[in-house]
Design a protein around this ligand. Structure first.
Ligand code: GLU
Length: 477
């Protein structure tokens, strides 16, 4: 979405970068080196489909190679363009630095309406696009590792991994060339839910600090908070589901491409999603909520937490002044433009920035990449050893109490839970939770520790940029 008078997405990211870097002590040369996008490869390729040759345009942009491989998703949408891919690649650099995944930033995109093609056609197109990128090492376990983004998912990643393996038959690490694969094809448990899970863990961490919550003119815990979610795709769906089912939040509205569903008592996310699956992705006609045709208007409705989880630029200079939510969580990349950010900051709105809020995806991608390189499932060696040690303790307690004649019983379910060693999914969630907490703490230290830092976005940029700068400096740049 591009509103006139508004900078482009790429310019918006640069302006945010500039705002932060002004507060840092960095040489103009290094500043420039970090800001610029190293390279963007454009490819046009033809695929014979439905009896004629169709030409597609794709991109893979590499923003920073201070660490390799570089990392970032591949987006399938008609709106994909070079400016967007470069902005998203830059955000990947900052995101990876903030959550300490050892990658540089990259992003890819293909101009395509994925709904216009059937599965077999999409496979042909994906394999051809992957072929073009693999040929140039723009997909490679040690150099550039894509992942899902809007319009792509496990299925596309499996095709890409297979295409790479076909072209690199002796590469023992071939599976690590892409993340977000299905578990049976080298993926990891918990990757699909990861970005939404990260939004939940990030919000939980935010609510652990009453003074931060107070800055958003809110109080108490997540319990009972009224949420509006924009986009019920993979990220929005999981975030809304977990926050409503596990943290007591009420999702009072969901905005989608065909309008919004509104229910003040809170929507049943699973039920809405199943309805959409049955009705071609449309919400209209859903029986347990009011359908509002002008979905975008709901962004301006009163609520406690607004979660834009779809496209960039949805909160812009044309609607920012009317936003009523005191807390915005950027589950999407770049949903708030630079201009809107200024307006919202002046109004005292707290924004949990994209590079933090949606970093759960790349965090679990990192775990998947490590799993692929180590060729072993997380927990396989430790799980039973952990269980055996717990059994030892419980049996000893039971023996002692019998011996001393003390009568006590453990609370129901305790033994079962305590005796169970952690499997891959639990380890992934634990690693993600730890990552989200640690990154939030790094951000808030800068936010509260420096007089000249007004907001979490600038704090996040300062943390990331200083880490990227430190890597460049130690390379002798
Ligand atoms: N596309 C996701 C993002 O924007 C995930 C990237 C990844 O896992 O590499 O963060």
């Amino acid at each position: 979405m591009h509103v006139s008078g508004e900078p482009s997405f790429r310019e918006s990211v640069d302006l945010m970068f500039n705002r932060a870097v002004k507060l840092m002590d960095m040489s103009p040369g290094l500043e420039q080196k970090i800001r610029v996008c190293n390279s963007t490869y454009t490819v046009r390729f033809g695929v014979r489909l439905r009896g004629k040759i169709e030409t597609f345009t794709g991109y893979r942009s590499v923003h920073s190679e201070h660490m390799e491989p570089v990392k970032g998703g591949i987006r399938y949408a008609l709106s994909v363009n070079q400016n967007e891919v470069e902005a998203l690649a830059a955000l990947m650099t900052y995101k990876c630095a903030l959550v300490e995944t050892p990658f540089g930033g990259s992003k890819g995109g293909l101009c395509i309406d994925p709904r216009a093609w059937d599965e077999h056609e999409l496979e042909q197109i994906t394999r051809r696009f992957a072929y073009e990128l693999i040929k140039r090492d723009l997909i490679h376990p040690a150099q550039n590792v894509p992942a899902p983004d809007m319009g792509t998912g496990e299925r596309e990643m499996a095709w890409i991994a297979d295409q790479y393996a076909r072209m690199n038959t002796t590469d023992i690490n071939a599976k690590a060339c892409v993340t977000g694969k299905p578990p049976h094809a080298g993926g990891i448990q918990g990757r699909v839910e990861a970005t939404g899970r990260g939004v939940q863990y990030g919000l939980r961490e935010f609510f652990r600090y009453p003074e931060d919550v107070a800055k958003a003119k809110l109080s108490g815990s997540l319990d009972g908070k009224r949420i509006i979610v924009q986009g019920l795709g993979n990220v929005g769906y999981h975030a809304a589901k977990f926050l409503s089912e596990e943290d007591g939040c009420k999702v009072i509205a969901i905005i989608e491409r065909d309008g919004a569903l509104v229910n003040d008592a809170g929507l049943d996310i699973e039920d809405v999603r199943q309805w959409m699956n049955r009705h071609d992705g449309l919400m209209a006609g859903y029986p347990d909520a009011k359908h509002v045709a002008d979905g975008a208007a709901l962004l301006e409705e009163a609520c406690d937490i607004l979660i834009p989880a779809a496209l960039e630029g949805v909160i812009n200079m044309s609607n920012a002044a009317r936003i009523k939510a005191p807390l915005i969580v950027e589950a999407a990349n770049g949903p708030v433009t630079f201009g809107a950010d200024e307006i919202l900051r002046a109004k005292g709105v707290v924004i949990i920035p994209d590079m933090y809020a949606n970093a759960g995806g790349v965090t679990v991608s990192y775990f998947e990449w490590v799993k692929n390189l180590s060729h072993i499932r997380f927990g396989r060696m430790q799980r039973r050893a952990e269980e055996a040690r717990h059994i030892l303790l419980v049996e000893e307690l039971e023996r002692l109490s019998k011996e001393k004649g003390v009568s006590w019983t453990m609370s129901p379910g305790f033994k079962d839970k305590y005796l169970r060693g952690a499997g891959e999914l639990e380890l992934v969630r634990s690693g993600l939770d730890d990552t989200m907490r640690t990154a939030y703490q790094a951000m808030r230290e800068v936010w509260h520790g420096r007089e000249d830092v007004e907001d979490l976005r600038v704090a996040a940029y300062i943390v990331s940029i200083s880490r990227v700068a430190a890597t460049y400096r130690s390379k002798g740049l």
